[in-house]
Design a protein around this ligand. Structure first.
Ligand SMILES: *Cc1c(COP(=O)(O)O)cnc(C)c1O
Length: 385
């Protein structure tokens, strides 16, 4: 057994971002400023979309996206039954009603057939998640949106590198949201980004991200003269700091290098586990690019005699950090109480949430780390049964 605990989802931090953070500190410029602008420009160049706004989390970005699309009380937003709670909460923040669609049991992405089933005359938008980095079925989803005149928000928290038929994730819908949380594919610690092909959405979001102050308020972070600024609408405190952007502006330059390393680790796992009794991720769909954000194995007690929760304990006892992404949304007491959701309505999401665990997949892993993970997983199936 390895001596030290292998932390799940550890980011790879390199010298240029360390130097950049120190430079911000030496300049005594911690808040929003030129480094945020630089990070936005590099991110926009990577995605090929000029309209972006850096904010302090993807949760903030999702909230701003719902506000920009003017979703509110009386509106229904269809979203996936398998995601992080922030996806759902962003709909609730604006007073709209989340309506869950179940997932496809092979891709774990929202099932377009169930989206169509959930549409009512109150439905205003679809909020999709490219889950674990695998692209959603965008042809089907955009056709539904067009047919029923619905807005589309893309939660790309797992999907910065994802592509579908040659088109980048986040360029299909009306607004898209990215996360740079410490465990995501590139990091700023906490941080997020909004992106849209439609500039007015980003302009609105920028105002609401900074107290609802007039656009010129952003200039108060520079030194060209004095300007009064005015509160024009209700806003929030969602701006990104230069200290965060100092990390992100270097991380974004390595996004493909990190992707290549995660793809390599993914391949090692697929090869090592091909004869194991649990389910490994499905092969990538043709003509798509998977962002390889999570490597999950699905352990069905009936099929392989091992209980997922026992496996979680075994992995941790053997110094391998693992994660659960996620329990199905309808499992959480708050949502059950508030929306009366019952588990039977989302059988695939519930099963997935109870049977899967995510193995470490960070570019920081050494080949030895990857071998350690494989050895412990294989050992578990000899010892737990
Ligand atoms: C991480 C995550 C978020 C929230 O991102 P933060 O930057 O931590 O706010 C939203 N949606 C999904 C699917 C996520 O995984």
């Amino acid at each position: 057994m390895r001596d030290d605990f292998l932390i799940f989802g550890q980011p790879l931090i390199e010298q240029p971002e360390m130097d950049e953070v120190v430079a911000s500190m030496k300049a005594s410029w911690l808040g929003t400023g030129p480094k945020v602008r630089e990070f936005e420009q590099r991110f926009a160049a990577y995605k090929g979309v000029p309209n972006v706004a850096a904010v302090n989390s993807c949760t903030a970005a999702l909230h701003l996206a719902a506000l920009a699309l003017e979703l509110g009380p009386g509106d229904e937003v269809i979203t996936t039954a398998m995601t992080f709670c922030a996806t759902i909460n962003s709909i609730i923040y604006v007073g709209a009603t989340p309506v869950l669609a179940d997932i496809d049991p092979d891709t774990f992405n929202i099932d377009p057939v169930d989206i169509e089933r959930k549409i009512t005359d109150k439905t205003k938008a679809i909020l999709i998640v490219h889950f674990a980095g695998r692209a959603c079925d965008m042809d089907a989803i955009m056709a539904i949106a067009e047919k029923h005149n619905l807005k589309v928000i893309e939660d790309c928290a797992h999907a910065i590198e994802t592509e579908y038929k040659g088109k980048k994730a986040g360029t299909f819908g009306d607004v898209s949201c990215f996360s740079f949380y410490a465990t995501k594919n590139i990091v700023t610690g906490e941080g997020g980004m909004l992106m849209s092909n439609h500039k007015p959405y980003i302009d609105t979001a920028k105002i609401k991200a900074l107290h609802g102050l007039s656009v010129d308020a952003w200039k108060r972070f520079s030194d060209d003269g004095y300007k009064h600024y005015y509160v024009e609408t209700l806003g929030f405190k969602y701006n990104m700091m230069d200290l965060q952007a100092a990390i992100g502006m270097h991380q974004i330059e390595r996004v493909d290098r990190y992707w290549t390393r995660r793809q390599e680790i993914w391949g090692k796992y697929q090869e090592a586990f091909k004869d194991m009794p649990f389910r490994t991720p499905a092969p990538d769909e043709e003509n798509t690019r998977n962002a390889y954000h999570l490597y999950t194995i699905q352990v069905s007690k009936e099929e392989c005699g091992v209980d997922r929760d026992d496996l979680l304990v075994f992995m941790k006892k053997n110094n391998i950090g693992v994660g659960v992404h996620y329990l199905a949304i309808a499992e959480h007491p708050f949502y059950q109480k508030t929306f009366n959701w019952s588990l039977e309505d989302f059988p695939h999401a519930v099963k997935y949430g109870r049977e899967t665990l995510s193995l470490p997949l960070s570019p920081k892993l050494t080949d030895q780390d990857v071998e350690d993970v494989i050895e412990v997983v294989k050992g578990a199936f000899k010892k737990i049964t």
